[in-house]
Design a protein around this ligand. Structure first.
Ligand code: ZN
Length: 265
């Protein structure tokens, strides 16, 4: 059994599939004596099939995304994600321990670029300024994971209007959103705002803001921040709600729903 589970985890990190609260039936559970290589392959195949069936039957996908970390609550969040066997997406900065980014990657989560400084006055002066800032984060991710990141979230989202204050009329968000693809990035906004960056100040409010938006079939990109303890502590309940309402949790990839906003500058 141990060998099979280890093998299944390797398959996860190799990108074969993303586990999503895999529950094995007694038929799928294998004894340690039977867990030779051939049986492990069979075991993995069954896991993949069960996972694909779960995906196909889902009423929609939920992509949990966390910006501005890693930080002091990221390890707690990663534990919650492991306990529920789901994958999420982190749009990281230069803060926090390197080991947390390595852990995100090793546990199968998507790691994308957010911003190094998170200072709107600096990054939105012009496009070159943001790409230089983002490039530092991209280098950090590459150094820690061995992979060049291709997912990105603009500070404040692509619809932000705060950039108007700093770009001298250049419509910097129009430029950045147009340039992202050529630089190898798919950018993501969100269509569910937990409001944990303003408005929501408690775990209960974060849970309510997210679950009330999950009220129809479809795909959802949820915005949260793993530097907020009360938001991290909302995640278990959000996951429970998603599972009991027939959604499938996945990490973002270049082919996922992007939840793009309308660019306003
Ligand atoms: Zn941010």
């Amino acid at each position: 059994m141990l060998t099979c589970l280890v093998s299944a985890l390797v398959a996860i990190n190799g990108g074969l599939f993303i586990a999503n609260r895999v529950e094995l039936s007694s038929q799928q559970t294998m004894s340690s004596e039977r867990c030779d290589i051939i049986n492990c392959e069979e075991f993995e195949r069954k896991l993949v099939e069960a996972e694909e069936a779960r995906k196909a039957a889902a009423r929609g996908f939920i992509y949990l995304t966390f910006d501005d970390g890693p930080g002091e609550f990221t390890a707690e969040l990663l534990d919650i994600l492991v306990e529920n066997s789901i994958k999420a997406t982190f749009f990281v900065t230069m803060r926090g321990d390197d080991a947390l980014i390595t852990r995100m990657f090793n546990e199968g989560h998507a790691v994308g670029v957010h911003t190094a400084s998170h200072r709107y006055d600096l990054v939105y002066k012009n496009a070159a300024a943001y790409w230089a800032d983002a490039g530092m984060v991209a280098e950090r991710i590459t150094r820690l994971t061995g992979e060049t990141p291709n997912l990105l979230r603009f500070p404040g989202g692509s619809s932000n209007t705060v950039s108007r204050k700093y770009d001298d009329g250049a419509k910097v968000m129009s430029i950045l959103t147009a340039e992202a693809g050529a630089l190898g990035y798919t950018y993501f906004d969100w269509n569910v705002d937990s409001k944990d960056a303003g408005g929501a100040r408690t775990t209960e409010e974060v849970v309510a803001n997210v679950t009330s938006a999950l009220n129809h079939d479809g795909d959802f990109v949820v915005l949260q921040h793993d530097i907020k303890d009360y938001s991290v502590r909302a995640v278990a309940e959000i996951i429970e709600y998603g599972f009991s309402n027939g959604y499938y949790f996945d990490r973002l990839s270049v082919n996922s729903f992007t939840a793009h906003h309308r660019v306003n500058n």
